[in-house]
Design a protein around this ligand. Structure first.
Ligand code: HSE
Length: 428
């Protein structure tokens, strides 16, 4: 059989899976004429067969039995788009052991067991494509592979969160409204909690930083916060102070240890990442030898993801590299307590004399320098009422800041929970 003849089996027929099936069927002629590539979809395995799916995959076999793919010697390429750790991991390992090429879109799996799968693919000399698992920014894979000196990365990796924050920013829409729209547009994960609590971004950052720094970073190593607590007030205060709020994945490596974190943060409104709108993803890369660089691209949706899988099919047929390092180094990953930042703190405070002095006193106690304070002018008419108060601090240790926030929250003049966000004036 010519290398160009790909006989494909697909695990999964959800949003991504159905997009891939559609694209393979639609683009078969173009794949043949442009790349001399003959692609045949032979089987699709799903957990449960529903009648409306049968016509979608025809004439390929639709089955619930994984052996239909894994034990078929003719199938030389397996596409895994079921998501989750099990049984996706077992299917992929069995496929690689049977010397089948594998293409996956499974972010969670790669964030947890990426290196194990990469090593299995190298051992069995199979193509292992994962472009669909690394955000819409797939061109960065070539960049990572051809660079030996990446020191820092920062990016927007979740389209749903960026869509929500953009809508809040530009249309003054409430969080829940914006989320509903992102779901309706097909951007969100099946369980949108994974988008908004930062887990999806952390999955992607784990894979991206593993490849950027050539050292395994797992999702569990990454301090992660989501955007659930961001209110329209925060968006407005940030704007007044010259910032935008973005959910970022940020990672750095100094050759001795790695720092990796995901959280919503205030970034200068003129920063390139602040300009990303809607479902866009973007990354800024700092490279000791090549200098800074970056990419941006639509980050979510059926076709961008399906197209990433298609690109892996083309890459595979052209014998192109899969961008997996031959060997990994193993560097420790820092804990959040060891990190330092500038902070944005929003509290609800009673509007009366001495409040600011009390709060400033707590910061003084923890040796934290205040850079700016923001209160609304119409507070003048609200003596004795509870009003929002925003403080931006200078760089401080995470531990000191957490203690200061707890102390401030325990003051009688402060009502409810404070909102603490990091300020990233510069990423490195
Ligand atoms: N739910 C993801 C996002 C899809 O919003 O970015 C792409 O991984």
């Amino acid at each position: 059989m010519a290398k160009q003849d790909l006989i494909i089996g697909i695990f999964g027929l959800g949003t991504v899976g159905s997009g891939v099936v559609e694209l393979i069927q639609q683009q078969a002629n173009r794949l043949q004429s442009k790349y001399g590539l003959k692609v045949t979809l032979k089987a699709v395995v799903v957990r449960k067969i529903s009648p409306d799916r049968v016509s979608l995959t025809s004439p390929a076999v639709l089955s619930t039995d994984p052996a239909i793919i894994l034990e078929d010697k003719e199938i030389n390429t397996v596409i895994e788009v079921i998501g989750g750790i099990h049984p996706a991991k077992e299917y992929i390992l069995r496929a690689l052991q049977s010397h089948k090429n594998v293409i996956t879109a499974n972010k969670a799996l790669l964030a947890e067991c990426g290196v194990e799968l990469f090593e299995a693919a190298l051992r069995h000399k199979c193509y292992f494509g994962f472009r669909a698992a690394v955000t819409g920014l797939q061109d960065m894979l070539e960049r990572f592979y051809s660079s030996i000196s990446i020191t820092n990365i920062a990016g927007v990796f979740n389209g749903t969160c960026n869509y929500i924050l953009t809508d809040m920013e530009e249309k003054g829409e409430e969080f829940s409204e914006a989320l509903k729209k992102a779901q309706a547009a097909g951007y969100a994960e099946q369980d949108p909690t994974l988008d908004i609590n930062g887990q999806d971004t952390a999955d992607k950052l784990a894979i991206i930083s593993t490849l950027a720094f050539n050292s395994p970073v797992q999702r569990k190593d990454i301090y992660t916060e989501g955007i659930e607590r961001i209110s329209l007030d925060d968006i407005r205060f940030a704007r007044e102070l010259g910032y935008k709020i973005k959910l970022l994945g940020i990672a750095g490596c100094d050759g001795k240890e790695i720092e990796a974190k995901v959280y919503p943060c205030l970034i200068p409104a003129d920063n390139i990442l602040a300009s990303l709108k809607g479902v866009e993803n973007g990354i800024q890369i700092d490279d000791e030898l090549r200098g800074p660089g970056g990419f941006k691209a639509p980050g979510a949706g059926k076709y961008p993801t399906g197209n990433a899988v298609l690109f892996d099919i083309i890459n595979l047929s052209n014998d192109n590299p899969t961008y997996i390092p031959k060997e990994f180094v193993y560097l420790p990953v820092k804990k959040i307590e060891q990190m330092k930042n500038q902070y944005y703190l929003r509290v609800a405070a009673v509007n009366q004399p001495g409040v600011l002095a009390r709060i400033a006193g707590v910061f003084q106690l923890h040796d934290i320098n205040i850079l700016s304070v923001l209160q609304e002018r119409d507070n003048k008419d609200k003596r004795g009422e509870v009003v929002p108060l925003v403080i931006i601090t200078d760089t401080a240790g995470e531990k000191s800041m957490q203690k200061a926030v707890a102390d401030i929250e325990s003051l009688a003049i402060i009502k409810g929970q404070a909102t603490l966000l990091r300020v990233e004036e510069r990423f490195w």
